[in-house]
Design a protein around this ligand. Structure first.
Ligand SMILES: Nc1nc2c(c(=O)[nH]1)N[C@@H](CN(C=O)c1ccc(C(=O)N[C@@H](CCC(=O)O)C(=O)O)cc1)CN2
Ligand SMILES: [Mg+2]
Length: 302
């Protein structure tokens, strides 16, 4: 079987184009959405993600408010900034980049964000809304995964889905989204017995474990849709000493021989995370202004 490669980079670019059109419409009515992004410390990967978020925010026509705080920032200082952003009418969405330095309790910070501005969808109010089927903000990476799945198969009702990983920001919301689409969902994790056999039952397999190429080709049911959330930096021996490359949680070449569709790494789920952040910011801006949310989540599959 030759798998369809699900091009997340192209899908994300299309989503951003539709968001930019919607933002231009809003701007004509004098209502430009604003996103505040907060980074604490100097984690190199986080710095790149935040820079990309700020750049793409401006590219779609939104206002970007970037707050760069030193690694020594106290929890109280960060909570003070969040309170200020909660009260700022120009700010529709607030994102605090994770991970945070050790002295700061990330959960406390997440819970301090106004749920109406929680465009990451991490606040327990939004997690609870997702769980109970009430509209709210959905965590960006799982939302991106669902849009990519629907780009190859729109109606997934009744399919068996296996999500490997049970984190609050990917595994759990991914499972909830798939339940919302009437899939039969299994959440697997480090204590799951006979994981390869569990995976072989999956019509949709989502890998979010953070272990390079853990999911082997023979774990994949023939014809399955495989979504790889992993971003793992491993040595690139062919390129020379000290060089690295990025691989997912799935052994891509092996899995692609059995899957009907598969996301690559890089260029699959990753680009969707930031595009969905902009989508959620548009949603926040529309709700706060009493406007309808434009239909930007185009899913081309039949
Ligand atoms: N507050 C948040 N913190 C973090 C989130 C988040 O959604 N909200 N997610 C991740 C990091 N992240 C965005 O913040 C993110 C990760 C990866 C990508 C991406 O485009 N990846 C590329 C490959 C990148 C590489 O080569 O290293 C890809 O997959 O193509 C975008 C955003 C943790 N923190
Ligand atoms: Mg990717």
């Amino acid at each position: 079987m030759s798998a369809t490669i699900i091009d997340g980079k192209a899908y994300a670019a299309g989503l951003r184009t539709r968001i930019a059109e919607a933002v231009a419409d809003m701007a004509r009515q004098g209502a430009t959405p604003g996103l505040a992004v907060v980074i604490v410390g100097e984690d190199p990967a986080s710095q790149i993600y935040v820079k990309n978020k700020a750049r793409q925010t401006v590219e779609v026509g939104m206002r970007s408010f970037e707050h760069v705080l030193p690694a020594s920032t106290s929890e109280a200082e960060l909570l003070g900034l969040v309170a200020q952003l909660n009260a700022d009418p120009a700010v529709d969405g607030i994102l605090v980049q994770l991970p945070l330095p050790k002295q700061i309790d990330a959960q406390k910070v997440i819970e301090a964000i106004d749920p109406a501005k929680d465009v990451d969808g991490f606040h327990p109010v939004n997690a609870g809304k997702l769980m109970t089927g009430v509209p709210g903000f959905v965590s960006c990476t799982p939302l991106g995964c669902l849009l990519l799945i629907q780009s190859v198969r729109k109606d997934i009702a009744g399919l068996d889905a296996v999500v490997i990983g049970r984190s609050n920001i990917v595994g759990k919301p991914m499972a909830q989204l798939l339940i919302g689409q009437s899939c039969t969902v299994t959440v697997a994790h480090s204590k799951t017995r006979d994981l390869p056999e569990v995976c072989r039952r999956a019509d949709i397999l989502v890998a979010a474990v953070g272990r390079p190429e853990m999911v082997r080709g023979d774990w994949v049911k023939p014809g399955a849709i495989v979504i790889d959330v992993g971003i793992n930096r491993v040595p690139n021996l062919a390129a020379g000493e000290g060089k690295t490359r990025v691989v997912g949680d799935v052994a891509y070449a092996e899995a692609a021989e059995r899957a009907s569709a598969i996301t690559p790494v890089p260029g699959g789920v990753g680009p969707m995370t930031i595009a969905c952040l902009l989508r959620n910011t548009l949603q926040a801006a529309c709700i706060r202004r009493g406007l309808p949310m434009p239909a930007v989540d185009f899913a081309p599959a039949a």
